[in-house]
Design a protein around this ligand. Structure first.
Ligand SMILES: Nc1ncnc2c1ncn2[C@@H]1O[C@H](COP(=O)(O)OS(=O)(=O)O)[C@@H](OP(=O)(O)O)[C@H]1O
Length: 430
């Protein structure tokens, strides 16, 4: 495995959980600070991304962010390219925005010792979420009469066009995000190749249904403190936007997404093997500690109570309003209480970031990092330059130095879009 050595070392260090890190401590193995997280779709990945963004900010680590033309994703669904990374955000130690995996390109952006992590979700629940979230964006879903999931599953080929824009949301989305071919028959050889490739690249495949247990593994893998993996759930649909899957539907969804189903089964089983390696007592204890610490943090932010989920329209602070994909689905979020956090509790800033939606947090990090880049810029300028060259370098100079000339081309259309202010287009948001 790509980082198998590191993982087994870490596992040994924590066998029987002798060295839990409930508090920041010295004397233990240094925290691992380079992480490449493949943010898959509708898998709780925004919650993981938020954990990573906050870790990066606290530890002053640069987060690779997309160029404006890519919106807040790395020009998804195109395969990832180092050209999609904003020049003010390299060299990076953390990557956590949506992309379609292209491992060799990703390796050009993160340090050689980066730990690769991703997350999968049970395909039936995930597909139900995709179907409702992208009901207006994905033509395969829009064609279905009355937006009926049953009708789609009765005859998917009637609505699904493999080559169509956004078709990756309608079949084997996990496989696609991982760089695989979503329309390949799920024969044993192809699945084995896919699984092997994911195992080669990733040190940890988290599972959304076992989020806290996955965080235990993540924390051990990276030697992070407990406080580094605290979270609140982000990007949730309101209960009214969800629908329960009647008898027979999960099996039909799995059949339609057969590649994803096999990937999920494989990595769910390996997650539990790894947890068994830590020992049930250790995992149970860590999960309890995590939930207790999370509860304390959250209550500290919300005036001693657990936060109320709110529709975007009821959130006063614009920075905290999650993006809404369509009028047919409600993505809920949180608002901070008027009086802010308790004097003895976490700071307003800590609480704000804990519940900040993906788009706003990405914009915030880009602002901060661009400022840092500009402040450091003169130091990077090789003297002397003619004025016209200097002007051009102001945009691309140090990026070229870092990644080499071939990577300096910007994605098609980027200049125009960025020139227009680089606003996110609705379609590009997730
Ligand atoms: N911690 C945790 N555990 C389990 N599930 C969680 C968690 N955090 C978020 N969620 C659920 O994940 C769904 C959103 O996934 P993403 O953030 O990956 O979506 S996106 O592709 O970035 O839009 C979304 O699922 P649905 O509500 O079914 O749509 C969230 O409710």
């Amino acid at each position: 495995l790509h980082h198998g050595g590191h993982f087994s070392w870490t596992i040994k260090a924590f066998l029987g959980c002798p060295s839990l890190r409930p508090l920041p401590s010295s004397g233990l193995k240094a925290k691992h600070t380079s992480v490449a997280f493949l943010k898959t779709h509708k898998t709780a990945s925004t919650t993981v991304q938020n954990i990573l963004f906050r870790f990066a900010e606290r530890h002053n680590l640069t987060v690779a962010l997309p160029v404006q033309a890519c919106a807040h994703q790395f020009c998804y669904p195109r395969p990832f390219s180092a050209r999609f990374v904003h020049p003010h955000t390299v060299p990076a130690r953390v990557v956590a925005s949506h992309m379609r995996l292209n491992a060799s390109e990703l390796r050009r952006v993160v340090p050689a010792d980066a730990v690769y992590v991703t997350i999968l979700r049970e395909p039936a629940a995930m597909f139900e979420s995709l179907f409702s979230y992208y009901n207006q964006h994905c033509l395969s879903f829009r064609r279905v009469p009355n937006g009926s999931l049953e009708a789609f599953l009765d005859d998917p080929w009637r609505y699904y066009r493999p080559e169509e824009k956004d078709s990756m949301y309608a079949r084997n989305t996990l496989t696609f995000d991982l760089g695989g071919e979503k329309d390949r028959p799920a024969d044993a050889a192809y699945v084995a190749g896919l699984v092997g490739e994911v195992e080669r690249v990733f040190s940890l495949v988290m599972i959304a249904e076992h989020f806290d247990e996955s965080l235990v593994l993540l924390r051990h893998l990276l030697s992070w403190d407990l406080e580094d993996v605290l979270y609140v759930k982000l990007n949730m649909r309101s209960p009214g936007s969800r629908r329960s899957l009647g008898a027979g539907l999960p099996a039909r969804i799995r059949a339609w997404n057969a590649l994803d189903a096999q990937l999920y089964d494989h990595f769910n089983a390996s997650l539990w093997r790894r947890l068994a390696g830590l020992g049930a007592a250790c995992v149970g204890r860590e999960v309890r500690l995590l939930r207790r610490a999370r509860d304390r943090l959250v209550r500290g932010c919300f005036g001693g109570r657990l936060p109320q989920l709110r529709p975007a329209t009821q959130i006063r602070n614009k920075e905290l309003r999650p993006w809404q994909p369509s009028a047919r689905v409600d993505i809920v979020g949180y608002d901070l209480p008027h009086n802010g956090s308790r004097p003895a509790g976490p700071s307003q800033d800590v609480c704000l970031k804990l519940i900040m939606p993906e788009v706003q947090y990405s914009q915030r990090l880009l602002r901060i990092q661009s400022l840092r880049y500009r402040r450091g810029y003169p130091k990077r300028l090789p003297p002397p330059l003619r004025p016209t060259l200097a002007r051009r370098r102001l945009h691309v100079g140090s990026f070229r130095d870092f990644l080499g000339p071939a990577l300096n081309q910007r994605p098609r259309g980027s200049q125009t879009r960025a020139g227009r202010g680089g606003r996110f287009s609705r379609r590009q948001l997730s």
